[in-house]
Design a protein around this ligand. Structure first.
Ligand code: AQP
Length: 391
C-alpha cells in the first residue's frame, strides 16, 4: 500500500470526539440540496450534478473563524454530498499575493495549509484538493474575465478595504484608502470568479462577506454567456451557499472579524495553539464591565462573540447558551469557552502536527490534486478559447 493510501486510512481515526460529533450534528449545508438550473436569456443551462468550489488563502495557520466558518463546513459537505456531486477545494496562493507576503513564510504556509485540509478530514480521494497556483487555467480565465469586467462594478466591491484594514491593524475601513491599493487586490474578485467558473461550479460555500463577489461572478458568467454564444450557455450561474452563521470576531477588537493577517496574535486562536495558549487568549478577550451575561451583539460584542463561539463548538442555540450564563460572570464563560475550543481543535491539531512532517505524502497529494484540477478545467478553457476566437 502506498504512503498516500496509508494516510487516507489513518487520518480520520485521530479526530477528537467533539470534532466528530460536531460533524455529525451540524446541518450547515441544506441549501446544497436545491437544484440549480440557471436561466441565461434564451439559453438554459442543463441541470447537472452539483459542483462545489471553495478556497482558502495560505496566509498562515487557520484560526477558529476559518475552522467554524469554512473548513468544518467543507468536511460536512464532503460527508453529505451525493456520489455524483463534485467537491473542489483549493489553496488559493494567487489570492495571498494581493497583500505583501514573505516568500519563505508563504512557501511554508502553502504546504501547511494542505496538511490542515487533510487534518480536518478532507479526503483527497473524494474531493479535489489542490494548489490554485498549480493550475494556470485560473489565471488565464481571470485575464479573459478582466477584459469583460466593467470598472464600475469592480469599484462597488468593498472587501479590499476590510482586507487592507485588517492587515494594517486599522480600527476600521475609513483608515485605508486607494493610495494603499494595488491592482491585484482591486481585481481579486475577478480571479475569484475565474476560480469558480473554470470548474463550471454551481455552489460556492463562503462567508457572508463574499456575497458581493458571488454576485459579480454571476454577472460575469451571464455576460460571457450572452456575448460568446454557443450551442448552450457555457457557465452556470453559481449559487452562494451560506454555510454557517458563525462569524468569529477578533478577541481583541470585536468590531472586526478574526483574521489570519491581523498583526495582533492575541486576536485569534490558531489551530496550533496549545491548551495554555487557548486559555490565555480567551482569558484576555475584550468583554465589558456589565454584570451578568447577555447575548447582545450590538452593545456587548465581546461577550456575544464568546457566546457564539461556545454555541458553535457545542452546536447549541446561542440564546440557550446565553441563558445558562445569565447569573454568571465573564470568568466562568471564558473558562468554558476555552475548554470547548480545546476539545474542538485537539484532534485536528495532533493530526496536523503529524502530517506536516510528511512532506513526501503532501507532495503526492498536491501533485495528484493539481492533475485532477487541470483535467477538469482544460475542456472548459478549450471551449472558452474557441468562443472568444483565440484558436
Ligand atoms: N472570522 C471568521 N469567521 C468565520 N469565517 C471566516 N472566514 C475567514 N475569517 C472568518 C472564512 O474562512 C474562509 C477562508 O478565508 P480566506 O483565508 O480565504 O480569506 P479571509 O476571509 O480573508 O480569511 P482571513 O482569515 O481573514 O485571511 P486573511 O487575513 O489572509 O485575509 C472563507 O470562506 C471565509 O469566509
Amino acid at each position: 500500500m502506498s504512503l498516500f493510501h496509508q494516510h487516507l486510512r489513518r487520518a480520520p481515526a485521530v479526530l477528537s470526539s467533539a470534532w466528530r460529533s460536531l460533524h455529525s450534528r451540524q446541518t450547515v449545508a441544506r441549501s446544497i440540496t436545491t437544484t440549480s438550473v440557471a436561466q441565461n436569456g434564451s439559453q438554459e443551462v442543463r441541470a447537472r450534478p452539483r459542483v462545489v468550489f471553495s478556497g482558502i488563502q495560505p496566509t498562515g495557520i487557520p484560526h477558529l473563524g476559518n475552522l467554524l466558518g469554512a473548513l468544518l463546513n467543507w468536511v460536512k459537505l464532503q460527508r453529505d454530498a451525493s456520489p455524483e456531486d463534485q467537491l473542489i477545494y483549493s489553496i488559493v496562493g494567487w489570492h495571498a499575493l494581493t497583500l505583501p507576503q514573505d516568500p519563505k513564510a508563504l512557501s511554508v504556509a502553502r504546504r501547511d495549509m494542505l496538511a490542515v485540509l487533510l487534518a480536518v478530514g478532507l479526503d483527497p480521494n473524494r474531493s479535489v484538493i489542490f494548489h490554485q497556483d498549480e493550475n494556470p487555467h485560473h489565471a488565464e480565465l481571470a485575464w479573459i474575465l478582466n477584459c469583460i469586467t466593467p470598472m464600475g462594478k469592480l469599484r462597488r466591491m468593498t472587501t479590499w478595504k476590510s482586507r487592507l484594514a485588517a492587515s494594517r491593524n486599522a480600527r476600521d475601513d475609513s483608515e485605508v484608502d486607494e493610495s494603499l491599493l494595488n491592482a491585484g487586490l482591486f481585481t481579486y474578485p475577478v480571479l475569484q470568479a475565474a476560480d469558480i467558473l473554470a470548474y463550471r461550479a454551481t455552489h460556492v460555500p463562503v462567508g457572508e462577506d463574499q456575497q458581493q463577489h458571488i454576485e459579480l461572478c454571476r454577472d460575469l458568467a451571464e455576460s460571457f454567456n450572452r456575448t460568446f454564444k454557443g450551442k448552450r450557455a457555457l457557465f452556470p450561474l453559481p449559487q452562494h451557499v451560506i454555510t454557517s452563521s458563525c462569524r468569529v470576531l477578533s478577541l481583541r477588537d470585536p468590531s472586526s472579524k478574526m483574521s489570519k493577517s491581523s498583526p495582533d496574535l492575541n486576536s485569534r486562536i490558531l489551530l496550533t495553539d496549545t491548551p495554555a495558549q487557548v486559555r490565555s487568549k480567551i482569558r484576555s478577550a475584550v468583554t465589558d464591565s456589565t454584570l451578568g451575561i447577555t447575548y447582545d451583539p450590538e452593545t456587548r460584542p465581546g461577550a456575544a462573540n464568546l457566546l457564539s463561539i461556545l454555541a458553535a463548538c457545542t452546536d447549541e442555540d446561542v440564546q440557550v447558551v446565553a441563558a445558562r450564563y445569565a447569573d454568571k460572570g465573564h470568568g466562568d464563560l471564558k473558562g468554558d469557552v476555552a475548554e470547548a475550543v480545546e476539545e474542538l481543535i485537539k484532534g485536528p491539531r495532533a493530526e496536523f502536527e503529524r502530517l506536516r512532517q510528511e512532506t513526501a505524502y503532501l507532495e503526492e497529494v498536491a501533485k495528484k490534486g493539481a492533475e485532477k484540477a487541470r483535467a477538469l478545467t482544460e475542456p472548459v478553457m478549450k471551449e472558452v478559447r474557441t468562443r472568444i476566437g483565440l484558436v
